[in-house]
Design a protein around this ligand. Structure first.
Ligand SMILES: [Zn+2]
Length: 287
């Protein structure tokens, strides 16, 4: 069957090859696969050649695929991360160590540019995770008790006046709340509450001097039923206050007691009169 016409000859060859392929498909595939597995370097080189030749085209195709299948991409990335966790972690640590300044600058820039957004996000997060955050803070405090104590003591030593003023103001603004809280606290901590009462009693017992109910009535009369510190009418809601606090060695005798409204008494607590002045209105009473 010698074809003279080259067109016809080629057509015949093509048909023959196609027929052969169809008949031996699996065999050919297996042979190719075997060849590939026996010559991985050649396979790689071939792929590289192909990639180099069609680089832009392949890149575009891959990008298109990624854009069309974001979930596949995410899954793939997650799988990779899970499989290379340690490796990635050490790589990130290295990167952070090497680019510390750059990262800090970038973060600062981001914070400055998105201040409001960050604040809103944070507030939302706090509102949504209030309980959880409180629990975590409590756990942290529990675990770092010593450090926390030291930190607080240091802060207190450095900001004493400020802290006292702030807590006094807080008490002033949350009087009812504080009262309820204290009552609850005493009920829940009977031992400590008792110890507190004992301390107060011991202070009274060891204080020089003592006063009687008549002394209190006389003092009440002298002050015309007004608070010694703020001048407000006290009615029968008054405390007997020690001008020099018992805790600071003051006497419990009639010379050291005055009538005070509960607010002033609580706010003054263990302060000397001159320490209490900026908060109260002692100046008015002194003239
Ligand atoms: Zn008062």
């Amino acid at each position: 069957m010698p074809y003279k016409d080259p067109e016809k000859r080629r057509a015949y060859a093509r048909a023959y090859a196609a027929e052969y392929h169809a008949k031996h498909r699996d065999e050919i595939r297996a042979r190719k696969a075997r060849y590939r597995s026996e010559h991985p370097d050649r396979e790689r080189a071939k792929k590289a050649r192909h990639y180099a030749k069609h680089r832009e085209e392949l890149k575009a195709k891959a990008a298109k695929y990624r854009a069309e299948h974001p979930e596949k991409r995410r899954a793939c990335q997650a799988k990779y991360r899970a499989e290379h966790r340690e490796e990635l972690r050490s790589y990130e640590a290295k990167y952070r160590a090497e680019h510390r300044e750059e990262i800090a600058a970038r973060a600062a820039r981001y914070c400055a540019e998105h201040r409001e957004e960050i604040r809103a996000r944070r507030a939302k997060y706090y509102a949504e995770h209030r309980e959880e955050l409180a629990a975590r803070r409590a756990m942290y405090r529990e675990r770092h008790r010593e450090q926390e104590c030291a930190r607080r003591a240091k802060y207190y030593a450095e900001h004493r006046e400020e802290v006292i003023a702030r807590s006094a103001q807080w008490r002033e603004e949350h009087r009812e709340e504080k009262w309820t809280y204290d009552k609850k606290w005493r009920a829940e901590h009977p031992e400590e509450a008792r110890a507190q009462r004992w301390r107060r009693r011991a202070r009274l017992a060891s204080a020089p001097g003592s006063h009687t109910a008549a002394d209190v009535r006389a003092q009440y009369k002298r002050q015309r039923g007004r608070c010694y510190w703020c001048g407000a009418k006290v009615g029968d809601q008054y405390h007997v206050d020690h001008v020099i606090p018992l805790a600071r060695g003051g006497s419990d005798g009639p010379g050291n007691i005055v009538i005070a409204c509960p607010a002033c008494n609580l706010r003054k607590s263990a302060k000397h009169p001159h320490e209490f002045v900026p908060e109260g209105r002692l100046q008015l009473r002194m003239c």
